[in-house]
Design a protein around this ligand. Structure first.
Ligand code: F6R
Length: 589
């Protein structure tokens, strides 16, 4: 949540910062702003709205100077207003700060500082420049002041600061919020995500909690006591063009179209590692899978795969609830954490507790070098390349593919699993091209509907939930996904004439019962959209999916649901890439 960027180096900083903020906008798009230093003066422009809108009304990229910081906001404390937009400054307009996270003790700090400092915003962030000001007035350098200020902050943060008194440097630090440093020959960056500067450099170094970086002529890393620390720069294997729209109107569509390729890339794993992880899972006395949102739905599918292929039951716990079960996590527990970003605060917090209790941690992550990856004993990377749309699409199918790899390995059939995954890719391509037009029409037809129900059984139950989540995220309508069997225990009361009910019913052992549940909705007037290999008379509309083995069905059933959500967003005039109130990386609790 919130994206921060700092740049120092050759050429004007502002256009570089604006471009970087465009790449971070999936982390927040409530407001945007940048601050540069030029001729001993701080120049700040910021306002509410998406980056494009702010650029139209303020000359963000025209600010002078070759050093600066920038921010895209996802509001936590304080309304979405211009004064609450970042960067925030001290009383004398000499210091500017951009921040991602939450300063939990900001009220206490503000009360203490208010006798000497003038606050203009309602944000938690504003205490940071005033704290830095306090320490610099007492003679500290910018890095000493940042170090002292950060020791007073409770909560999670990653922030970058500049000061006109030391105009050639940016100082940045973090605790529990991500911060990555990038460096090329004459340009240095610090950002919430390497995506921000990937076009310039893929040489990165990650900051650990409490560490600080000083970007200037050189890049210097300091530990939590302010002592120099050596860090290796590594190359991330992400190409800049993977993060562009490549001719599509929206990232979401491009990323749905990328799904067959995402599955292929997910199969490219170190076999020895997959085997070690599969053995680890089979040998563990207790396995708990944890994740949030779409990643959790992928985990629910994974649970079916594990139990189907290894005959054992595994638990999935929502990461935000994980801490309440931590008493039952011990050194006999294996925690499998899923997170596309690898920075989701609820997941990180749960994993920390589990590690404190002695658990082993495996993870499935897309972002190389992310916090979750660094905390894990073993990591399987999704290998999908960047996913820029806020709505998870290709990373969901890549997570499913990893579960397939692990579960087939548990059954000693890894090569067979890989081959079957590869065979499914052209079928997904076919499913995409076959259904696009029809789903576009359906999205138009249902554009005045505000309640959608998704039902399925067995391995597709979690896909129903994922389909509903996609519809909510992109189209801002009420959508519920549930086990078809659960419908008559309450939700059936909500079905009325023409309520869209999406029935996911491949022709497997769940088919008859799911069709029977579809009849129950039809009897109450539902408009039934069937997702199946064959037409059934109960369907008012039929979305055809290819025939695949039951364990692979979620890979094909989820695709039309993602497309329906995408086209519904367009039919309602929404921006599917930047849904209101949401951000891609949920790095606050
Ligand atoms: C929905 C969506 C979210 C994420 C969730 C977890 O489309 O994208 O529900 O799945 O915030 O994010 P990660 O996987 O990064 O931990």
């Amino acid at each position: 949540m919130c994206g921060i960027i700092g740049y120092v180096g050759d050429g004007a900083a502002a256009p570089i910062l604006v471009k970087a903020l465009g790449n971070l906008e999936c982390r927040g798009h409530d407001s945007a702003g940048i601050a540069t230093i030029n001729d001993g003066k701080l120049c700040v422009e910021k306002d509410v709205g998406k980056l494009d809108q702010v650029c139209e009304t303020h000359s963000l990229d025209g600010l002078p100077g070759n050093i600066g910081i920038g921010h895209v906001r996802w509001a936590t404390h304080g309304d979405v207003t211009q004064v609450n937009a970042h960067p925030h400054s001290d009383c004398k307009m000499q210091i500017a700060v951009v921040h991602n996270g939450i300063v939990e003790n900001y009220q206490e700090l503000r009360t203490r500082l208010e006798s000497k400092h003038v606050f203009v915003s309602q944000t938690d962030t504003e205490v940071i420049p005033h704290l830095i000001e306090e320490y610099m007035d007492a003679g500290a350098s910018l890095e000493e002041a940042v170090l002292k200020a950060s020791k007073e902050l409770k909560g999670c943060y990653a922030f970058a600061a500049v000061c006109v008194k030391e105009p050639d440097k940016i100082v940045a630090t973090r605790r529990e919020s991500p911060l990555v440093v990038g460096a090329s020959a004459h340009r240095s960056f610090v950002a919430s995500d390497a995506l921000a500067f990937l076009e310039e450099t893929n040489r990165v170094a990650f900051l650990e909690d409490g560490e600080m970086v000083v970007l200037g002529k050189n890049v210097t890393f300091l530990d939590k006591d302010g002592q120099p620390v050596k860090k290796e720069f590594k190359e991330v294997d992400w190409k800049w063009d993977q993060a562009s729209k490549q001719g599509f109107d929206f990232y979401m569509m491009k990323e749905i179209m990328d799904e067959p390729q995402a599955i292929r890339r997910a199969t490219m794993q170190d076999k020895k590692l997959v085997l070690e992880m599969a053995i680890g899972i089979l040998r563990s006395r207790q396995v708990v899978i944890t994740a949030c949102g779409s990643s959790r739905y992928a985990a629910l599918v994974g649970r079916y795969l594990f139990s189907r292929l290894s005959g054992q039951f595994y638990n999935v716990i929502m990461a935000s609830e994980f801490q309440y079960f931590s008493d039952s996590i011990d050194n006999n527990t294996l925690v499998i954490a899923l997170s596309r970003s690898g920075e989701t605060a609820d997941v990180i917090q749960g994993v920390k507790r589990a590690k404190d209790n002695g658990a082993t941690v495996y993870s499935m992550v897309n972002t190389v070098g992310s916090s979750l990856a660094r905390m894990s004993d073993k990591v399987l990377y999704l290998n999908c390349g960047p996913e820029m749309g806020v709505a998870t699409t290709k990373t969901f199918v890549a997570q499913l593919a990893l579960f397939h790899l692990l579960s087939f390995t548990m059954a000693n059939k890894l090569d067979d699993g890989v081959q079957q995954l590869l065979d499914i890719c052209p079928k997904i391509d076919g499913c995409l091209s076959k259904n696009s037009k029809k789903l576009q029409g359906l999205a138009q037809q249902t554009r005045d509907k505000n309640d959608f129900y998704y039902i399925a059984r067995g391995i597709n139950f979690a896909v129903a939930a994922e389909g509903a989540l996609k519809m909510k995220v992109t189209s801002y309508v009420h959508a519920e996904g549930m086990s078809a069997g659960e419908l008559k225990h309450g939700t059936l009361a909500l079905i009325e004439k023409d309520t869209p009910v999406i029935v996911i019913c491949p022709q497997d052992r769940t088919y008859e019962e799911t069709i029977s549940n579809a009849h129950e909705t039809k009897a109450r007037g539902a408009f039934v959209i069937g997702v199946s290999e064959k037409m059934h008379p109960i369907f008012d509309e039929w979305i055809e999916i290819p025939e695949v083995d039951e364990v692979f069905q979620p890979l094909v059933t989820v695709v039309p649901l993602q497309l329906l959500a995408y086209y519904s967003a367009l039919a309602r005039g929404r921006d599917p890439d930047k849904p209101r109130n949401l951000a891609k990386s949920v790095s606050v609790k």
